[in-house]
Design a protein around this ligand. Structure first.
Ligand SMILES: O=C(O)CCC(=O)C(=O)O
Length: 484
């Protein structure tokens, strides 16, 4: 019996969609969509594609051939993913050309052929070629706390060695994917339960998506392992719910961008030779997904080593170390992340109210955005509060004065300011009111330090947010804040 496919993913012209509509219809509701019309003028769409719409392998090899990349062997499974090897882009492309010429000369030979079907994945292209400007991130996906943060900070530092774990692979979540017809990605939900977007520079992909409310159906009875390939002969005794799953399908064409919401399981097949650009990200709308995943993975990490608890000097420390290795961050990393983002958002709010206090109502959507960011962080912090790991001397400590003095924090604030400036301009596009350039003011940040100098637990963070927001509200009487 085949899959139960009961719907297609909506396609919408991105040029006719406002940012607010995107937030309301897709980010907040956690619904997938395919957006068209957003890739005009991308350098990648001309440089990387031949006149007949094929990947320009010669161009890519001659310009970026020396890069070392991760390549998945689509025919070989390793644990929950495909086996990966590292090679240079030029080696990968040589292999691709060889494979295609064999297939072309004798297509019937290819099935069961020894030659592997290789798929270049997770190439950190922007990190490696920042000057090249292959594309611009569409406005809808700009409020990206994950990549903004990683442009300034590392997500995890090993406390013993002060080393960044897995430096290259965790440097950012902006990727290029390239593979011939037939390459594919097994069923999975995204890292950190982030959102993702994926743009087809050329080629065509088939996506099968499963909503989070159905995801238990692709797991075994113990909710430990999930189906690897949904087109395989899936064992009913091992995955008893699988047949009941109802899938959404999408055929994504060239120049279309798919938005994959948090926690949606998906499997992807390249129906033609395809190049795609793909980001993972999170922000206020899906921050709670990240925390929930972290909590689930923490509980699993703890359960896994429960039998050595009594002989462990620092059981909690070991759980957190394992969490960082398996998930890419631990509680302390996440807490540090949300604290820095809270301060950055408070600075934005302060500058906004200061510059626009006199006609705050004109800027209400910008104010609303910042307040809803802080509200979302506060909600997550409230959830974290009850965790044993944050009680007593948890070892967490962020000195607000020190954060404000970090050059990397300044970099984060300026990047956030630039992105939020773009969003504000878009929101005011149709307004006849005079636009002014907001000035990010680091000169009088005493109001943040005054409220709370040290943040060492979720409660401190909640107090900091509440105090600063309330104080800004009374200082600028026009602003009417509520933090519920
Ligand atoms: O394009 C692919 O093969 C996989 C992309 C993907 O799974 C993702 O963006 O999450």
């Amino acid at each position: 019996m085949g899959l139960n496919i009961e719907g297609q993913i909506e396609k919408v012209n991105g040029k006719e969609l406002s940012y607010e509509e995107f937030v309301e219809r897709y980010l907040e509701k956690n619904q997938p969509v395919v957006l068209t019309g957003l890739m005009d003028g991308w350098r990648a769409c001309s440089d990387w594609v031949t006149v007949d719409g094929q990947p320009n392998l010669h161009f890519i090899s001659s310009h970026f051939g020396k890069s070392k990349v991760q390549v998945a062997d689509c025919g070989r499974r390793e644990f929950t993913d495909q086996k990966r090897v590292e090679m240079s882009v030029s080696e990968f492309i040589r292999n691709w050309i060889q494979f295609s010429s064999k297939e072309y000369s004798n297509p019937s030979n290819c099935e069961g052929d020894d030659q592997s079907l290789l798929y270049l994945k997770d190439w950190h292209f922007v990190k490696e070629y920042p000057e090249y400007a292959a594309y611009t991130t569409p406005l809808f996906f700009c409020d990206d706390w994950l990549n903004l943060y990683l442009d300034s900070y590392n997500m995890h530092m090993d406390p013993d060695t002060s080393q960044v774990k897995n430096e290259i692979n965790c440097s950012d979540y902006r990727f290029v994917y390239m593979g011939s017809k037939g390459t594919w990605t097994p069923l999975h939900a995204d890292v950190f339960r982030s959102y993702s977007w994926s743009a087809n520079v050329c080629g065509k992909k088939k996506w099968l998506l499963l909503s989070p409310s159905q995801c238990h159906l692709v797991f075994d009875k113990h909710m430990k392992s999930s189906v690897y390939d949904i087109f395989d002969d899936v064992s009913e005794s091992k995955f008893p719910g699988f047949k009941k799953a109802i899938w959404l399908e999408c055929i994504q064409e060239q120049n279309e961008i798919i938005f994959v919401p948090s926690g949606w399981y998906h499997q992807v097949h390249n129906m033609e030779d395809t190049i795609s650009i793909n980001h993972n990200w999170f922000n206020a709308y899906n921050l709670s997904w990240v925390w929930k995943l972290l909590l689930k993975d923490y509980n699993e990490a703890k359960e896994y080593i429960e039998d050595i608890r009594d002989i462990c000097d620092d059981f909690e420390g070991l759980c957190q170390r394992n969490l960082a290795v398996n998930t890419g961050m631990n509680f302390s990393d996440f807490f540090t992340f949300i604290t820095r983002f809270s301060i950055a958002n408070l600075i934005q709010l302060h500058s906004l109210v200061k510059d626009y206090g006199k006609h705050i109502y004109d800027s209400s959507s910008a104010t609303h955005h910042l307040i809803s960011n802080l509200t979302s962080i506060k909600k997550v912090a409230l959830n974290m509060k009850s965790m044993e790991s944050f009680s007593g001397n948890s070892g967490l400590l962020l000195d607000v004065t020190e954060v404000l003095e970090e050059p990397d924090f300044m970099k984060l604030c300026l990047a956030l300011d630039r992105i939020y400036g773009i969003l504000r301009d878009e929101q005011w596009k149709h307004s006849s009111d005079r636009k002014e350039t907001m000035k990010l003011d680091f000169g009088d940040l005493y109001f943040i330090e005054d409220s709370c100098c040290k943040v060492s637990c979720p409660n401190d963070l909640i107090r900091l947010i509440t105090y600063v927001v309330t104080n800004l509200g009374t200082k600028f009487s026009n602003a009417n804040f509520s933090l519920t």
